[in-house]
Design a protein around this ligand. Structure first.
Ligand SMILES: [Zn+2]
Length: 88
């Protein structure tokens, strides 16, 4: 997960570097949240944005884990139902 974020940040840095050669240097579009922000806010924004993204991603991961868990619970329940049916 951390590696993935570092990769993202690297890509973003490369992109902003590319923008420096363009005429529109006053504002940039973040590649992570797609928000427009001023060039002088780049350090502050990248820190905040990466932090937010990290939180969001950990939430998604937790959600996926929960989904998987409920799936397992559901399967176990089905198994019990099937067993109970066979017994009868
Ligand atoms: Zn951003």
């Amino acid at each position: 997960m951390k590696k993935y974020l570092t990769l993202k940040a690297k890509k973003w840095k490369l992109d902003t570097h590319h923008h420096e050669g363009a005429t529109n240097v006053e504002s940039l579009v973040c590649k992570i949240c797609e928000k427009r922000f001023r060039l002088d806010k780049i350090v502050l924004h990248s820190r905040d944005c990466l932090e937010r993204e990290k939180e969001k991603e950990s939430r998604v991961t937790n959600h996926k884990k929960l989904m998987k868990l409920s799936e397992v619970v559901f399967e176990k329940k089905q198994e019990l139902v099937v067993r109970a049916t066979i017994k009868r």
